[in-house]
Design a protein around this ligand. Sequence first.
Ligand code: URP
Ligand code: ZN
Ligand code: ZN
Ligand code: ZN
Length: 513
Amino acid sequence: MTSHPVKKVPIHLQSAQSRLFIKGGKIVNDDCSFDADIYIEDGIIKQVGNNLVIPGGSRTIDARGLLVLPGGIDTHTHFQLPFMGTQSVDDFYSGTKAALAGGTTMIIDFVLDQKGVSLLDAYDKWRGWADAKVCCDYGLHVAVTWWSEDVSKQMEMLCAERGINSFKMFLAYKDVFMLDDSELYSAFQKCKELGALAMVHAENGHLIAEKSKEMISSGITGPEGHAMCRPEEVEAEATQRAITVADQANCPLYVVHVMSKSAGDVVAAARRKGNIVFGEPIAASLGTDGTHQWNRCWRHSAGHVMGPPLRDDPTTPGYLMDLLASGDLQVTGTDNCTFNAEQKALGKDDFRKIPNGVNGVEDRMSVIWEKGVHSGKMDPCRFVAVTSTNAAKIFNVYPKKGRIQVGSDADLVLWDANKTRTISAKTHHQAVDFNIFEGMVVHGVASTVISGGRVVLDEGELHVTQGVGKFVPTPVNAEHVYGRVRNRESARIPQKVVRDPYEGKVIEISNTV
Ligand code: URP
Ligand code: ZN
Ligand code: ZN
Ligand code: ZN
């Protein structure tokens, strides 16, 4: 088991380490792996190869016996999110610190504000929070929780001037964040016009509202009620609907937090039919299951409440991992949105008031290594693809992120595939008092982590600096996402049939019918 004492290193000392030589490791990219050394200067990978000529004053890091991976990219976090009457407890400092401890060197958080709030004002608020606190690089998605001409204009400005290329729309959280299908269609059309990626939270919000009222009336007020009023069909239906609406707008779609077998199947089937859709299972859905919501301990069960819920079918995580390994699902996040016991307790008498969300940002890499690679379902290259490279391609920051090659950012993880650790809230770096992976022994441990050329996890010690992470703009028209959209559009332009006009009689319509 590892625990990392946190030491804040002054920036002047860190710059002394700006020349790094990583020697003797095995580099793993998504498409190849090879033995080579890496020379880093000023936060950028300057040389990759053997027999490199290294300037004096460089620090050498011994990587023998270790894999050298592109730093993980967590596509889905909610740090310090104001939500359900409270605020998630991991903020941009503890959240990014924990990310780095686990081998994730970039996170993408969601700007998510109330209906009626300008998307630009919301964006500025999130930038203010994040810029002051982030210990690693970060990007932002923006949630569209209401629809108007102004929102449409704000989306344009966010893409043109603020480095945004992805927007999340909700089919759930009725009266709070939910859009109806015509608004969804308009938002998707706008994303397509802008070359942005549409993201969806896919659950049927109307059904959830009705089923939860029924559940409370029948006397079920505990966390199991949260799961029972959201059966997986409710997720699968909304996933299919979002895919259908996006396809009508010819807009690429990204399904966040794929939680069930049936939603995973819907994404896979759509891809086989040629739809441009990406699916994101999360550490929680790959690493644990929903049976915990029936635990006799209220805090334990409430600690697993999130939306869409973890599924009580215990074969779900393995099934989603198979889809991820095979390419049917492409990318992983965490939906890290954490609440302490007393915050979860807002819903002690009514599951509808339990703040939704679980941890994952620190443990995602190890959980996926354990359940994906150590189990024999995927090789290390596929691991890199689903934890880093595919995210970089989809959000258009590749090869700056997601690859080890000359010119890329020096965001690297020295990964010890043979080491194990036991996950616990007692030793994690997150601010939250609970861990959904408590007691899980995982193979695959980040032994050294380099973020922007700084050694942030160094021989077991975490050296993080608040505010040194940078906002990474995500440009529109990602080749990986939009590469076939324009041709697909021309191929699908409706063609009229040229025919002779009808020359016969036409009946008269009587007004009385
Ligand atoms: O339970 C969850 N997922 N909380 C965060 C908000 C969201 O829908 O992603
Ligand atoms: Zn969501
Ligand atoms: Zn418990
Ligand atoms: Zn989320």
